[in-house]
Design a protein around this ligand. Structure first.
Ligand SMILES: Nc1ncnc2c1ncn2[C@@H]1O[C@H](COP(=O)(O)OP(=O)(O)OP(=O)(O)O)[C@@H](O)[C@H]1O
Length: 413
């Protein structure tokens, strides 16, 4: 039933065999009020008419049903928004200033178009589903209704795309927090408080945003600063801490203040270098699920081929499968190769272009391995005592095998 009716118009409804009649009415206020808007002086309402024998049905079942439906429609029609934080100078010292500005969130990414291993995708979807419907569960175990996800992996593997898919799946707003623009813990606190429920707060490239790494503590300059700080009177020390965003400030907001705000909220950190992050920042309870976004596997390629070319089978798929097992290529690069260059959308041309890119990459990998072997051979003959070994950062293995980790098979290479 829709109640999008004009003033003094009516609409009929039926509930469990009982006839209902809704009419929209408008009353003009009799009070002598001076108002800027004519709407302020009008009072609109809906009048419901039904047979008196249905009174109980209406009160106990029909009206609660209508209200619940109304809320569901409001959620369905809700326009998702993408918020970004304004420079603090615009709001921090100004009562009416807005900490966030927003635009419509119109990113088309969904879990259907997201290229990744289907088993991992399902695990993430189940986790989000459990979170969304978990209000009572969270309350029963005494946990704040919030969840943290750490998305990590090389550039172009779909971390931002995943965030958009999550927002579309959950129907949440996204708050994209640019941490480098936040000058103090006080500002950070205000920004967190100004977010609404049903939202995803994102800090992208957290390792680059700010000095949040545990290694900071080992840094000589910081040790000197920390020693200086110990000699300050306590009040100055606090003030000094307030003047910048600190790791402990961020942890406090994730754990404490933000939890107390109520309403379902998700926080997401993304990084290309998980190993650089302070373990305290990403421990379970803060970042509950660690999701590795990795190079393109064959299953992910099939999703991209379907998205970009509309094909689910092709004679080149066999070769592409083998090449993807040998070569590390990001989904972004695969997508770029698959993208038709003309409206004709020539599937063969696009797939051949991808095969060529994969072959080239395989060849250059072999050449650089050969060259490395030569250099190493020379080094060993020159100086046998040199035990230094170079490690390939793209192949570093993760040591964290917790249940909540979602790994990409390619990332385990
Ligand atoms: N897993 C994926 N599924 C579908 N499309 C993808 C995926 N990964 C990358 N893409 C495509 O590549 C583009 C870049 O991906 P995205 O920005 O999500 O990567 P990223 O991991 O966030 O990169 P960065 O670390 O550089 O921010 C996207 O706009 C999308 O078109």
């Amino acid at each position: 039933m829709s109640l999008a009716v004009d003033d003094h118009e009516g609409v009929a409804d039926e509930f469990r065999g009982a006839a209902m009649w809704w009419r929209k009415t408008k009353a003009v206020s009799g009070a002598t009020v001076i108002t800027w808007s004519p709407r302020d002086a009008e009072h609109r309402s809906y009048r419901l008419t039904f047979h008196r024998r249905h009174r109980r049905l209406v009160e106990e079942e029909y009206l609660p049903f209508v209200l619940a439906e109304g809320r569901a429609v409001a959620v369905r029609n809700r326009q998702r928004r993408l918020f970004t934080n304004n420079p603090a100078a615009d709001w921090a010292f100004n009562e009416g200033g807005h900490a966030w500005s927003h635009v419509k969130l119109e990113h088309p990414s969904t879990f259907d178009t997201l290229a990744m291993d289907p088993v991992r995708k399902q695990e993430i979807l189940d986790d989000l589903d459990m979170f969304r419907d978990g209000k009572h569960y969270y309350a029963s175990v005494g946990k704040a209704w919030k969840r943290g996800y750490l998305l990590y992996g090389p550039p172009g593997t779909g971390k931002s795309t995943m965030i958009a898919a999550m927002a579309n799946f959950l129907d949440y707003d996204v708050y994209d927090l640019e941490l480098t623009a936040v000058k103090s813990n006080t500002e950070l606190r205000r920004l967190f408080i100004d977010t609404t429920g049903k939202s995803i707060i994102v800090i992208e490239d957290i390792d680059c945003s700010i000095d949040l790494t545990g290694k900071r503590k080992n840094n000589k300059r910081n040790m000197v600063n920390d020693n200086k700080k110990k000699m300050m009177p306590p009040m100055d020390r606090d003030e000094d801490e307030e003047k910048k965003v600190t790791l402990s400030g961020l942890l406090n907001f994730i754990d404490g203040l933000w939890s107390a705000c109520g309403g379902e909220r998700i926080i997401i950190f993304t990084t290309n270098h998980k190993e650089k992050l302070d373990p305290a920042l990403i421990r379970r309870g803060r970042m509950d699920m660690h999701i590795e976004m990795s190079y393109c596997c064959f299953e992910a390629f099939k999703v991209l081929a379907k998205n970009y070319l509309g094909v689910e089978q092709h004679e080149l798929f066999g070769e592409i499968r083998h090449l993807l097992e040998e070569v590390n290529i990001s989904p972004a690069d695969v997508a770029e190769n698959l993208m038709p260059r003309s409206k004709r959308k020539d599937v063969d041309v696009c797939l051949e272009r991808l095969v060529k890119a994969l072959r080239d990459s395989k060849e250059s990998k072999a050449t650089s391995a050969k060259n490395k072997g030569c250099v190493k051979g020379n080094e060993e003959t020159d100086d046998d005592s040199d035990e230094h070994e170079e490690s390939d950062s793209s192949n570093h293995s993760e040591d964290d095998n917790s249940d909540s980790d979602v790994h990409d098979p390619k990332g385990q290479e």
